[in-house]
Design a protein around this ligand. Sequence first.
Ligand code: C2E
Ligand code: CA
Ligand code: CA
Length: 618
Amino acid sequence: MLTNEHDIHRQRLALLVIITEVPILGIGIKALLEGLPRDGIILGVLAVALLIVPLLSAKQKHEMASYVFILFLTAATLLLHWTSGGIKDNAILVLPGILIYAALLGVDRIYIPLLVLMACNLLLMGYLSDQGMEFNPRSDGLSSAVNVTLVLIIIGITVRILTRDKINLLARLNMQVKEVHLANEKMEYQALHDPLTQLANRKLAEQYFEGIQQRLSRKVIDTAGVIYVDFDEFKDINDTLGHAYGDQFLTEKAQTLINCTRKNDRVCRIGGDEFLIMVEGLDAMQMALFAQKLLDQAMTEVTVKGHKLNCTCSIGIVLLPKDANNYEDAVKRADIAMYRSKKQGKNRYQFYSDELEAVVQRRYRLQSQMMSAVLDSQFRIVLQPIVELTTRRIIGAEALARWEHPELGLIGPDEFIPLAESNGVIDELCAFVMYEALDAVKNLRTVIPDFYISVNIAPTQLKSLDFFNKCQQIIGQSPVPTSALKLEITESDIIERDRVFDENILHIHQNQIGLLLDDFGTGYSNLAHLQKMNFESIKVDRQFITACHLNDETRTLLRSIVAMARELDIDLIAEGIEIEAELNEILNLGIRKGQGYLFARPVEVAELLDHVRESPAL
Ligand code: C2E
Ligand code: CA
Ligand code: CA
């Protein structure tokens, strides 16, 4: 842009010089012809001198070129005044022309001196004229008129060219300013909006929140709410159909959320499928109604590229000013509440409460202390016997982990296993359980020679490359044969199996370790899977056993499970048998093995050992 401007300047100066040379030479030659040699010489010298201007300009000395141009013109004009008609000379017309050039060429430093010089010069000539000095005014006939016309035309043309340049330059500048302005606006928009849905992003959400805080503190509003919306099955859509579908789905759902809100409510996207909605002036009751409306609308089916997609959402609600007084807390707490909605079965809403926060605090505490607790021997295993149902003879036991926390007391696996999976302590924990289980089975086998022990394996473990290596290390240290150990995995593990998983399963089989399918009936087992995985036994989940004697439907299901197991030649173990009636029903259906409180609760290893020493049955 700057070079451009210089180029224009250089070209214009050259043009100016050429254009000015025309009248200078014209008038000069005319003066010579009219017998005015002095004027002719002055103009001739000026014409030659002005040639320096394009030279300077070509050497990039644009400023100096402009000054030289103006100064030469001024000097020649003043000289012509003094040598010719003084104040009445035609050359007077050139003076305003020079001033206009000077202004347009930006010859600022000498502009005022130039003006003063011209004024003083005129006044001096006038004064000297009054004092009787003789000037030599030219005729005001045609010759003079020609000179004046020439000067006028030249000045007119050049001024027009120069002002055009300035106007174009201004227009260009103006456009650039607009472009910069637009680019700035765009950048600002992008910095504050999510590119996919065009909704406000985290940063803008924070600004909205601050606005709400101010209105609350100025008592413009009494209540407000931050609503955290998270779609329940979005990950499945993304994983199974791909990101293009996921994106389209989110765009549709974002619109659905907007459609549910009022003009002043704010809908923001703060993560993959996580949205924040901020509303003002609603009390808890109205907020609940609004959340229900969101749930209803959000679950409506959308069609993306021909696929019909159904997805519910879970919602967490923070009430302001009660639940939080800054953005971070508000979002964190709304997230906590949302998480609770998910835990409680999804497709529901939950208000934040301090108790919820306590649950989260406890979770964090357990998570951070878990590793040192393993090293500190705060964990132990208990054994729940597995019995032959007809004889009640103990054939094995399931090892179940327990955490004896020094301050919080006994903590169950339902609480710490998911945490151990998420923070990676599960490998250490499983190694510990396996080690303890093998130690226990060694002792129990002294009483019941074919006694086995089953250990639960968490879903993530079978996807770990060195899972089996670690198992082997522990098994290698134990004198008992690998057949004394069995591993329990759940149906959900099988659904998400991958290459590493298959390799681990292969190693398990190659080492004669029995593989049990745990919690059968709670997932979506596919018969082909079951056959391929070569399970030794299937553990029928407690939900089919509880009150099975009272429920026809459950009985029908159990009957088909028994038939299937027989077909596949797999053993069944009934879990969670609590009462005699259930046991009788199960025996009627032909299931031969089981475990449950009816026989024994999970007990300490020493206790089980004592028991079997006395009696091998329960
Ligand atoms: P699971 O594998 O289904 O284990 C059986 C659970 O049912 C045990 O709960 C047991 O105490 C309980 N149970 C047994 N019989 C009855 C009964 O008659 N009635 C009722 N109501 N419950 C019965 P627990 O010990 O709390 O374990 C819960 C879950 O935690 C286990 O379910 C298992 O999935 C997991 N878990 C326990 N220990 C470990 C472990 O060392 N590693 C892994 N990965 N998971 C473990
Ligand atoms: Ca189990
Ligand atoms: Ca189970």
